[in-house]
Design a protein around this ligand. Structure first.
Ligand SMILES: [Ca+2]
Ligand SMILES: [Ca+2]
Length: 420
């Protein structure tokens, strides 16, 4: 997941075949039952492909585009509030470095063993953070919205989900991630009880709430399991994929950071072996694995042990790789009674293996076909479109609804898609 951002062509959102369909996010989904449910589209950081991430505008757009869940990453402010940011360091995703009144807040802090310089949420009060504005952190994406949107609290994200649920007549859930739990504990700003307090305030701290809490660490999920029945998801990271398709590990992306602190050996990969999945099942309801754990890829052309520019576009990226057969991780996770929600699906062509022929819909189809229970999408519109196409492919009744490319009025097909 650490492939450097480089320039690449944007693929326009694919055809909008169907509008959003209702989803019931109100029930636990487990094992075999999970496979009968339609896969959830989780708006990753909102609709991060379209608008600056982790803003109410980005979350609202994700909902408009059909996402079932919106995904706030959570960090703590100096005065203990939870705000939505992917990193504690706000230098890349806000205008903070341009504001002279905050110049003295520039710090070097160590996050998960790595020193970095910038402006950290824990050095700002919520009132101060409210004066910042979000910027698009990914250079190849639209910069036209920079400086327009503010940084929301977790409270405000839930309020948005509830308001939009009422407006749209379907349940929109929240999928908060506790970012760097050990780091926050060491600052005296532990996230876990704060997350539960906010959920409780909105009546969403219970098993059937439309909520998943996710984490790359393990100890904080075990702590949460003792204190809430909300569904929990173990994220599974890695550093990179080697030329032969093997997943590679390097700190700090080698293992959950609480393992590093506790001196526990091993890698993230240990979490998705049958034994690891059984352990995860003792405290979580699902896994959120990086995509290559499910379908990895190899170099098309090797030069000196590295991937070469196979398609001759002057760049070396995913488009110069080809897929390997799927692993057994989805099957094994389902056998263990765990949901599988892989990350992250993105439309840029340079991020798509050659097999997908530059069309992100093809990547979604491959993962839906593999049986995932949901996925994290930067462009939820494409994920929703691909889900409709996939339903057409797997349901003969649904296919009858499309005759010579025209949708038949009043057609009762797509029952499976609408049944949830
Ligand atoms: Ca996240
Ligand atoms: Ca290339």
């Amino acid at each position: 997941m650490r492939h450097a951002w480089k320039q690449g062509a944007l693929v326009g959102a694919a055809i909008a075949l169907l509008a959003a369909t209702p989803v019931q996010a109100d029930g636990p989904r487990h094992g075999a039952q999970a496979q009968q449910q339609r896969p959830l589209v989780i708006g990753h950081r909102g609709a991060a492909g379209h608008l600056p991430e982790h803003t109410l505008e980005s979350y609202a757009l994700a909902i408009e585009l059909g996402a079932d869940f919106i995904e706030p990453d959570l960090v703590a402010t100096k005065d203990g509030h939870l705000v939505a940011r992917h990193e504690p360091n706000m230098i890349a995703t806000t205008n903070v470095k341009d504001l002279p009144q905050f110049a003295d807040r520039r710090r070097t802090r160590v996050v998960d063993g790595i020193a970095e310089e910038g402006f950290f949420a824990s050095d700002f009060t919520l009132a101060e953070i409210r004066t910042l504005r979000a910027v698009q952190a990914v250079g190849e994406r639209d910069q036209g919205y920079n400086g327009r949107f503010s940084i929301p609290t977790f409270d405000e994200v839930i309020e948005l989900a509830r308001r939009k649920s009422a407006e749209e007549g379907r349940t929109i859930g929240v999928y908060p991630e506790t970012k760097h739990p050990t780091y926050h504990q060491q600052l005296g700003l532990a996230l876990e009880d704060r997350v539960l307090a906010v959920l409780s305030r909105h009546g969403w701290n219970h098993r059937n709430a439309p909520v998943f809490i996710q984490s790359f660490e393990t100890a904080n999920l075990k702590y949460l399991r003792q204190r809430t029945s909300v569904r929990l998801v173990q994220l599974v990271d890695a550093d990179d994929v080697g030329p032969d398709g093997r997943i590679t590990y390097a700190a700090p992306f080698d293992r959950p950071y609480d393992w590093a602190v506790a001196g526990r050996a091993g890698t993230f990969g240990d979490l998705v072996t049958p034994a690891g999945l059984a352990e995860v099942r003792t405290y979580a309801d699902g896994i959120g694995p990086w995509k290559p754990y499910l379908i990895s890829s190899t170099c098309i052309t090797l030069v000196a042990g590295k991937c070469a520019d196979a398609n001759g576009d002057g760049l070396v990226n995913e488009a110069d790789r080809k897929l390997l057969p799927p692993t057994a991780v989805v099957e094994n996770a389902h056998k263990a009674g765990l949901l599988v929600h892989p990350f992250t699906f993105r439309n840029e062509q340079r991020r798509l293996a050659s097999d997908f022929k530059g069309n992100p819909v093809n990547e979604y189809l491959a993962f839906y076909e593999l049986g995932v229970d949901g996925l994290f999408a930067d462009f939820p519109d494409t994920a929703v479109t691909a889900r409709a196409l996939w339903a057409l492919k797997r349901d003969p009744d649904a296919a009858k609804c499309l005759v010579q490319g025209r949708w038949q009025p009043g057609c009762k097909g797509l029952r499976w898609l609408n049944a949830n």
